[in-house]
Design a binder for this molecule. Structure first.
Ligand code: SF4
Length: 218
């Protein structure tokens, strides 16, 4: 959305109905489950508006939990369900996670880390912290204690994303993934890749590439 999206507030309702942008089958292209076939459930709306955001999540419709589960199940049932957005924790997804786990899926959330919800301990949470000019949003201790990975974007052209901050990963022994920011410019992306690779090699972090973009799938 490149920062053009409206900032939407968190919703605290039952979770029987959710705002869904799309449900589709693909391959997880980034982070710790990179390479895994997955059903993606993309929720609408975000509580932030990052100027580098590479995702369209505003054209959503309201679906019942039953409809969401039926559509996800119809996609051939890969073992992994990725709940993403926008910001998926903006909406009450506790029941969705429980239902997917009960249906036999592993469940992974992709969050910006600014909203907390008490999810089943089996839900894998990958957090990509954001810095909108006043430093990185601080992450709550109870969220830090639940994270399976921190995924940091880096850019050779944006000083806010030039290096990896310490925001609790050492204290909680959270695996760190470094991902070059996609700036929709081949030359810029090449220098972002070099920066990410250098940071990963120097610090012993994982290098995360957006594999789905490399192979040309969504
Ligand atoms: S938090 Fe993520 S989804 Fe939301 S605007 Fe920023 S990059 Fe886009």
């Amino acid at each position: 959305m490149l920062g053009n999206n409206p900032i939407r507030r968190p919703v605290f309702k039952s979770g029987d109905w959710l705002e869904i942008k799309e449900i589709y089958r693909s391959i997880q292209g980034e982070g710790p489950n990179s390479g895994c076939p997955a059903v993606f459930i993309r929720l609408g709306g975000c509580n932030l508006a990052c100027n580098f955001c590479d995702t369209d999540f505003e054209d959503f419709s309201t679906m019942s939990l039953k409809e969401i589960l039926a559509e996800a199940g119809d996609l051939g049932n890969p073992s992994l369900a990725v709940i993403t957005g926008g910001e998926p924790l903006r909406q009450p997804i506790e029941n969705l996670c429980d239902s997917l786990l009960a249906a036999g899926f592993r469940v992974q959330i992709e969050t910006n880390g600014t909203i907390f919800r008490p999810l089943d301990v089996r839900v894998e949470i990958v957090c990509s912290p954001k810095n909108l000019g006043k430093g990185y949003f601080p992450l709550r201790d109870d969220l830090l204690g639940r994270l399976n990975a921190l995924k940091f974007l880096v850019s050779a052209h944006d000083p806010l994303y030039a290096e990896i901050p310490e925001i609790g990963q050492a204290r909680y022994k959270i695996p760190v993934y470094v991902q070059p920011m996609d700036e929709f410019d081949a030359a810029k992306n090449q220098s972002n890749l070099a920066l990410a690779a250098g940071i990963a090699r120097k610090n012993g972090y994982h290098l995360s590439l957006q594999m789905h973009k490399i192979v040309g799938i969504r």
